[in-house]
Design a protein around this ligand. Structure first.
Ligand code: 13P
Length: 253
């Protein structure tokens, strides 16, 4: 079975102490993790090392950066490279979150560069895609997301795509309390898998974990994750509450 993943995206929230307490509370909760389950904590850059230390010795639980830069190294004040993340032992990196696309003008071509660097330095990427409300209302979400995938991923090799992680996050569902229905998530995530299958073949497509993100909560996780093409979630607000995120982890299929 492909990996089922509960990934937290703390975004720009929590102090060091609050974050450390949250991680402790979650890892000391009774988590039901089987061998195909992964938990990932996407934390602010300054906490990566300490959260990684907190997770030492835990199988299936990893730390993620929320971004990396699209250049290898050099005079880019304030940016953090894939190589720097690799050098401090970071496992995962979230690439192409809609907030990065919207507030920092990250385009599909730039995200392709970031993915190349992530691969070069052995980081596992969680690649985000998803449409805005106007696109959903126009009914063109499938072709919009297809373009995001093609322009950022299709230069990758089949080997690189095997076991890749994509997070489908409709922008209209992020932080709004308005979750996509499980049927909406399934429909577009199956489409994403088919797009990958058409390019790379079915075996590769079946190996890719496709997460849903957008107002996932303990109360709706089981229903959404129960869909055949939903392999877990990328969770913002609810990942900041230990009881919520623990229950979300325990909702993985
Ligand atoms: P919410 O879970 O707060 O809607 O955020 C989703 C998200 O953007 C995760 O990356």
């Amino acid at each position: 079975m492909r990996k089922q993943i509960a990934a937290a995206n703390w975004k720009m929230n929590l102090t060091l102490e609050q974050g450390s307490t949250l991680v402790n509370d979650i890892i000391s909760a009774s988590l039901m993790l089987d061998k195909d389950h992964l938990v990932v904590f996407g934390v602010p850059f300054p906490y990566l090392t300490s959260v990684k230390q907190q997770l030492a010795g835990r199988e299936n639980i990893f730390v993620a950066a929320q971004n990396c830069y699209s250049k290898k190294s050099g005079a880019y004040t304030g940016e953090v490279s894939a190589e720097i993340l690799h050098s401090i032992g970071v496992d995962y990196v979230i690439i192409g979150h809609s907030e990065r696309r919207e507030y920092f003008n990250e385009c599909n071509a730039m995200l392709a560069e970031k993915l190349n660097l992530a691969f070069e330095y052995g980081l596992k990427a969680i690649f985000c895609c998803g449409e805005a409300l106007a696109i959903r209302e126009a009914g063109t979400q499938n072709s919009f997301v297809e373009t995001q995938i093609k322009e950022s991923l299709f230069h990758l090799t089949a080997e690189q795509m095997t076991g890749f992680v994509i997070a489908y996050e409709p922008i209209w569902a992020i932080g709004t309390g308005k979750t996509a229905s499980s049927a909406q998530a399934q429909e577009i995530q199956l489409h994403i898998r088919n797009v990958i299958g058409a390019q790379y073949g079915d075996a590769v497509a079946q190996s890719v974990s496709i997460l849903y993100g957008g107002s996932v909560k303990a109360a709706n996780a089981k229903e959404i994750f129960g869909q055949p093409d939903v392999d877990g979630g990328l969770v913002g607000g609810a990942s900041l509450v230990a009881a919520e995120f623990s229950a979300i982890i325990n909702s993985l299929k």
